[in-house]
Write a protein that binds this ligand. Structure first.
Ligand SMILES: N[C@@H](CCC(=O)N[C@@H](CS)C(=O)NCC(=O)O)C(=O)O
Length: 123
């Protein structure tokens, strides 16, 4: 039964990925200078995620729309990223945005919160 539920979730996730690919929003355009500044800032960010998680697809879609080429870290079972997410953020829940700045780590959960934060900062 557990296997069937896992299979259905994976299949649904892949369907969502396909729909996302077909209906990709346009990327925000910036001057080369502005884009270089954004990319320098984004170097301090990483998105902990699963490939086929609908909330992660939604967040990756926002990253695409906002033209934020951010590092993505797969928190799959047994991975070093999963361990880092648990010890740093406190929970294995994705998506989670990690912001490393001035020697400090901030871990932000909830796709809607992450998107709102990125929109306010980069849109
Ligand atoms: N309300 C959350 C839901 C996130 C969520 O439920 N993520 C699932 C994956 S789709 C998760 O991390 N589950 C923990 C696990 O699978 O170990 C959001 O919008 O980010």
């Amino acid at each position: 039964m557990k296997f069937i539920i896992k299979f259905i979730r994976e299949a649904l996730g892949r369907l969502i990925i396909l729909v996302d690919l077909i209906t990709r929003p346009r990327k925000q355009k910036r001057s080369p200078e502005a884009q270089a500044n954004v990319e320098a800032e984004i170097g301090n960010y990483a998105l902990y995620q699963f490939y086929a998680c609908p909330f992660c697809v939604k967040t990756r879609r926002a990253l695409h729309r906002l033209n934020l080429p951010m590092q993505k870290r797969n928190a799959k079972e047994g991975s070093e990223h999963r361990a880092a997410l648990l010890s740093g953020g406190g929970a294995v829940k994705v998506p989670c945005l990690r912001i490393q700045k001035d020697g400090q780590d901030t871990w932000m959960y909830e796709s809607s919160e992450i998107i709102k934060y990125l929109e306010q900062k980069f849109a």
